[in-house]
Every structure is written in C-alpha cells, then in structure tokens.
Design a protein around this ligand. Structure first.
Ligand code: SAM
Length: 262
C-alpha cells in the first residue's frame, strides 16, 4: 500500500526493490547476525530495512528523502528499533556513528551518486567490517577490473587499494519499481586490516592515479613530466614510463609513487 502512495524520484535515484528472492539473497550474502552493528544507506520504502531489522532488532539508516520517512517508519514499526538519520550520506561523518564494534554497511545505492558515495566511504574505511551494495553492473565491473581490462581505471585502483572487492551476483532491471535502464550487481567490499601495498604519501598516490587516468591514452612519461620536475627522477623510475596507466597494477602504482615520494 505504501508504494502506491509514493512517487519515485528520479533525481534521488529511487528504484525500489520488489523481488523477494533477490532481497533475501542480498540479506543472506551480507551475513548479518543479531549482534552486528548495521547501517543502511538509502532505505527508501524499507525493502531491505525490514529484513535487517528483523535480525538485528536495532538499525541505523541514512535517508535523504523526507517523504519516504513516514512510510518507512510504518513498514518497520513492529520489527525493532529504527534510528533514522535524515541527511545526505555524502555529509555524514561516520566517526560519530561508530559504537565499539565495526560497522556493517549495506545499501541499494542511488546510482547517480554511487562513485561520490564510494569515495566518501574510503575516508572511513577503518570503521567498517564490510559493505554490501547494489550498484550498476557496469560500475561493479569497473571496480573489480584487472590491469589491461577496458574497465580498469581510477575507481578500480582506489577501491582495490583499500578493499578486497568482490562482485557477487547480477540483479535484473525487472527486480525494481520503477525498472532502471541497466542491469545491477551486488558488490562486497572488505576493508583490509593490513593493506597489501602501502603508499607512503597517500595524497601523491591518489593525485597520480587521478592525473594519469585523466589522460589514459597518454604514456606515463607524458603525464608525469608535468608533475615531476626532475628529469633524472623520470629517467630512474622503477616502472617503464612508456607504458599507459591502464597497464599498471595497484602494486606498481604504489611502487611508482613511493619512488617519487622518496
Ligand atoms: N533501499 C530501497 C530499496 O532497495 O528499495 C531504496 C533504494 S533506492 C535505489 C536509493 C535510496 O537512496 C532512495 O531511498 C533515495 O531517496 C536515497 N538517497 C538518494 N540520495 C541520497 C543521499 N544523498 N543520501 C542518502 N540517501 C539518498
């Protein structure tokens, strides 16, 4: 009944899940236990929320759309204790939500701002146990891509630096109301306790990845000569600079940054 009352807002990426099998599969893959501290991003009309709440009995959700909140409360009222933060997730400081236990994040994310959300979350990765998100399949393909693959780029490197990234399963457009124009996919991100490669100067690493991929057809040398003033350093680089950025692994990017940082 609630769904009839709410007109989905395209500007907020509102595509509500309607397929119970898919909903149960997402909840099961998220491996939520009664004593987990869970935060859901974009609960909407509560398709996932009510099932999470049934397990944990208490749940924090972050929702930007004021109009869905009464419907969400109605849907969840007898399931447990729902704490609603009415805010843009991009403005949420997750440090203020941390309570003793690492947080499990879950969400069917608004696709129009999924990359900004992921970059925002990187800043709090040490607070998270794991994350399970619904995204456009194309975005998940970019995140998990390997060097040399056409989907490999800045998003792959920056997320793979922080997280073990796993694509889990596809979700057809028919599982949503209204149906999006694209296929979706579930992504699991697990922050590394100990990162496999560490950039000594993270800001340099991040800006080098950004700048080289802004000109992904150029060789590394062509882009880096504008960033590194000392020609000797370019000469001695531990990576062949006639390569293009899309051919470098995360480890090689870190190696290159650490060389220039030193
Ligand atoms: N979880 C629901 C479901 O699966 O049916 C809704 C998912 S819908 C794809 C995305 C949700 O994120 C909507 O409820 C939308 O209002 C909310 N949203 C959009 N932008 C947001 C933002 N900046 N911060 C928090 N929530 C946002």
């Amino acid at each position: 009944m609630s769904k009839v009352q709410h007109k989905a807002k395209k500007s907020l990426g509102q595509n509500f899940l309607n397929d119970q099998n898919i909903i149960h599969n997402i909840i099961s893959k998220a491996r939520i236990k009664p004593d987990d501290q869970v935060i859901e991003i974009g609960p909407g009309l509560g398709a996932l929320t009510q099932h999470i709440l049934a397990i944990t009995k208490q749940l924090t959700v972050i929702e930007f759309d004021r109009d869905v909140i009464p419907l969400l409360q109605e849907k969840c009222q007898d399931k447990g204790d729902l704490h609603i933060i009415h805010k843009d997730v991009l403005k949420v400081d997750f440090n203020t939500l941390y309570q003793e236990k690492k947080i499990k994040l879950i969400g069917n994310l608004p696709y129009n701002i999924s990359s900004p959300i992921l970059f925002h979350l990187i800043g709090f990765s040490h607070l998270f146990k794991d994350m399970h998100f619904m995204l456009q399949k194309e975005v998940v393909d970019r995140i998990v891509a390997s060097p040399g693959n056409k989907n490999y780029g800045r998003l792959s490197i920056m997320l793979q630096y922080h997280f073990d990234c796993q694509g889990l399963f596809d979700v057809p457009a028919s599982a949503f109301t209204p149906a999006p124009k694209v296929t979706s996919r579930i992504l699991r991100l697990i922050p590394y306790d100990k990162k496999p490669y560490i950039a000594n100067d993270y800001a340099l690493f991040s800006s080098m990845v950004k700048q080289t991929f802004q000109q992904r057809r150029k060789t590394l040398r062509n882009t880096l000569k504008n960033m590194i003033s000392d020609p000797q350093q370019l000469q001695n680089a531990p990576i062949d600079l006639s390569r293009r950025p899309e051919s470098l692994s995360v480890s090689e990017f870190v190696q290159l940054t650490n060389f220039f940082e030193s």
